[in-house]
Design a protein around this ligand. Sequence first.
Ligand code: NAD
Ligand code: IPM
Ligand code: MN
Length: 359
Amino acid sequence: MEKTVAVLQGDGIGKEVTKSAVKVLQAVGRRFDHSFQVKKGMIGGEAIDNAGDPLPKETVELCEKSDAILLGAVGGPRWDQNPSHLRPEKGLLAIRKHFGLFANLRPVKAVPGMVDASPLKEHLVEQVDMMIVRELTGGLYFGEPKRKSANGAVDTLTYSRAEIERIVEKAFELARVRKGKVTSVDKANVLESSKLWREIVEEKKEYYPDIELEHILVDAAAMKMITQPSSFDVVVTENLFGDILSDEASVITGSLGMLPSASIRSDGFGLYEPVHGSAPDISGMNIANPAAAILSVAMMLKYSFNMSTEAAAVEQAVYSVYKDGYCTTDVQKVGHRVLSTTAFTDKVIEELERELVSD
Ligand code: NAD
Ligand code: IPM
Ligand code: MN
């Protein structure tokens, strides 16, 4: 099969981990006889510096002509004092909105043999396998009015019925092909938007009698993520709650550097990116963990290209590298050998090619 992938490396370690992910994508192409055309575009701080816009028109056009988007991360201290419209993060929000990528899937899964890399006790982590479904194009991030002056500031949390319905449906559908449970996270004891959210979840539940449903308030959810992480299957929530809970959940299984994501819409088009940011503290040192970016490629193969076998091969290759006793410096695994970004990537590719030899 032939596919075109727009690659937006972004800033900081975004550049390093995306290079790794593209190398792995090309290895998948060799192994499974696909042709992946990679076309680079600018986003974030790099785009501000070179084109005066965190999401230049050329980048949008490139993505429109592509079958999927692979993104690194944006942002860094260099742009932190910029006005809102000239911040790297604005480019990321704009691309999600432009392409209508309302469903952000963030899978959190215990990696075989790596449960002791978690800061939590092993028995809590062993069975963890959850999918956080974060609403990505509404809520506090986008609601109007949004403004700030020296004397006050306002952000607005709005959700339309349609916006809630489509993300809730996505969650129920995913639960059907997973473990059959949806946990809806809200703040219905305080927020009007959450009250509507909860009502709509209840309405949709009627169409999914086979699915177990629980509602939980976001503060309690934050606690339960740590005390009973394996009790979750699909977790569906609004934009900001999902942002916060997914960083929290990422460390349950090891490190933020291991958590991939897919931002998709109903027709399967999607943007794939690690959950982590540009990590200015370790940028340029060749020590960033490329696993989240590589596993984001696996999600692209699965969700946008319908290549489940190829996706599983990538996942398996990453797991094998961990099983063979290697990791990067962010993963606290006693006895493992710490590799650089590029060396870890080479090991993943070796694994993919080894699978080829043994076929
Ligand atoms: P961050 O995710 O960049 O880093 C948090 C911590 O995790 C840092 O200590 C970092 O070194 C570590 N870390 C993150 N990814 C890692 C990896 N792959 N390997 C090893 N260690 C890793 O979050 P931050 O420091 O709060 O934000 C830095 C910048 O990134 C900000 O400008 C922020 O807006 C941006 N950001 C961008 C995205 C994105 O583009 N999707 C996501 C989050 C943050
Ligand atoms: C993420 C990031 C972004 C978000 C920022 C960089 C705008 O934290 O993808 O999780 O808040 O959505
Ligand atoms: Mn985040």
